[in-house]
Write a protein that binds this ligand. Structure first.
Ligand code: JD8
Length: 235
């Protein structure tokens, strides 16, 4: 998979994706992520990417020309992308289902805005998916792009070593995770539940599933019944 990220702050993208599971996927060649400096696609001496808003009002708007040129040049170099994703508070909310859909694509382009936003003609003519990561206001699209890329790339086959751990993701199952413990069995008087020390694998599995149900009902009642895999079907 190839991910091209268009931004005025490429140094926010590159180092964040050089570490951990995603960094390893890149060195293994399973995915290529390239941060592209939007200013490289300007044509004026001062490499200007923003301008005042038609209609007035405070703040600047990102000009369409450099963004169109970036998407066109990247498409010519790589081949046409399956998705051009715009990070925006006006987008539909990102989800695991959406991550899975993007993870099956050969090439995607992710556009990161700054300022008050991007000239609407970009969304109209270039963008296939307008995505938000949640209902809070950030200063730009770079952190949302990192969130989306992390969630998408870990679903590319081979990136996460154990397929089982991807299949058990809480938002695949529709249940929150169970509590985890490691040694020591008694830490400052706080004990690990006996069942986990018992060696009874069937009982451990039953206990964990019950913890998942209790936690989901208490913390995320909105998830209950959304996947048809919780409550009854996995005992
Ligand atoms: C892209 C510019 C800042 C936002 C004026 C402050 C996503 N879940 C999310 N929250 N915020 C963003 C996001 C914010 C952005 C840009 C994404 C480009 N800004 C703007 C509107 C008000 N400034 C986001 N995905």
């Amino acid at each position: 998979m190839i991910v091209d990220v268009v931004t005025i702050f490429p140094q926010m993208i590159e180092p964040a994706l050089a570490e951990g599971v995603i960094g390893r996927a890149r060195t293994k060649g399973l995915v290529e992520v390239k941060a592209r400096d939007l200013r490289d696609y300007t044509s004026d001496k001062h490499r200007v990417v923003d301008d005042v808003a038609f209609g007035g009002g405070p703040g600047m708007v990102m000009k369409p020309e450099p963004i169109f040129r970036a998407v066109e040049e990247i498409s010519a170099e790589r081949g046409a992308p399956t998705a051009v994703i715009l990070m925006t508070p006006q987008g539909r909310q990102f989800s695991h289902a959406e991550a899975l859909r993007f993870s099956r694509m050969e090439r995607i382009i992710v556009l990161c805005g700054r300022y008050e936003g991007i000239d609407e003609r970009v969304a109209e003519a270039l963008v296939t998916d307008e995505i938000s990561i949640g209902d809070y206001v950030l200063t730009g699209g770079e952190l949302p792009a990192l969130v989306v890329i992390d969630a998408v790339v870990r679903l590319v086959p081979g990136v996460v070593g154990d397929d089982q751990s991807v299949a058990n993701d809480s938002f695949v199952e529709g249940l929150l995770d169970f509590p985890h413990y490691t040694r020591p069995a008694d830490f400052r008087g706080m004990k690990v539940p006996d069942v986990l020390l018992s060696g009874h694998h069937a009982e451990i599995e039953r206990w964990r599933r019950e913890q998942q149900r209790l936690r989901t009902e208490k913390r995320r009642p909105d998830l209950v019944g959304r996947h048809g895999v919780n409550k009854e079907s996995k005992s």
